[in-house]
Design a protein. Sequence first.
Length: 289
Amino acid sequence: MSYSEDVLETEIIQYSEEVSVNFYKEMNTKFTVSTSVQNNFVTEITKIVEQAKNKWNFSSKKLDIYVVGANRQSVIDLCDVYRNCNSELEPFIFAMKGGDAFYSQKENTYGEEGIIVFFDTVFEDISFKRLAFHELFHAYQFHYADASSIGALQVDGPWLIEGGAELFSEIILYQLGYQTEEKFNSQMELKLLSKEEYLSGNIPLNEIQYGSPLRPYYLGSWFTVYLISEVGYEVYLVDFYEDLHTVGVEETIKKYFSTDIPGVIKNFNNFLAQENDILLMRLNEVLDD
């Protein structure tokens, strides 16, 4: 039976000793779950997915959600259901090497690109909800029918795509009441840790790589704040992403900022150079618009 049968209309597709597969019609989402995963963890994931789809208005996007257990065999069992274990096992094993979730643009069972994998963890911790919403925002970023690949929108580094997911995972936690305004501001101030080192260095934002001590996710979140302060909240969420997938990063930047990527990063650096208190005030002004 469905883990959320009392809330959502559900179709049971498959059940075995290894996995259960359920399609949640109202969310347009299929959950494939290792039976070693606790039911309450799946209930929480279901709730988070529904909240994200409703808040960011992408319920029409068909999602594949995979929830793996806390041992290698459960990953293999789930991988077998996912079709070809030999070619598809790598991302699941990657999830077991320390990550709790990840988004992939591998083709899903709907013939579209995009799956999300959650690794069984302590879901009561807000840090897991933050991670879950981060990955779900990636699904939002690529929910368009003619979406580009992730690589096509990275433009040398994770600044644009990861920055957006980093910011909106914090925003939705605040909007849904999972964290207070004080905690939200504290989290965003934390993302300014590498600000001085970045501004005093010579590496452009778009060339900072994954794993860099300059923290491209954090800086990218503040770049997203800058973008929204210039174009508006709704324009960023809808028009900006449509243009990214239609004409690419460089042309989208030119459209909204009348400059190229180095130019918009220079403008961002000037924005970032303000005192932290001013930046937090600008952030809250963005959310109030």
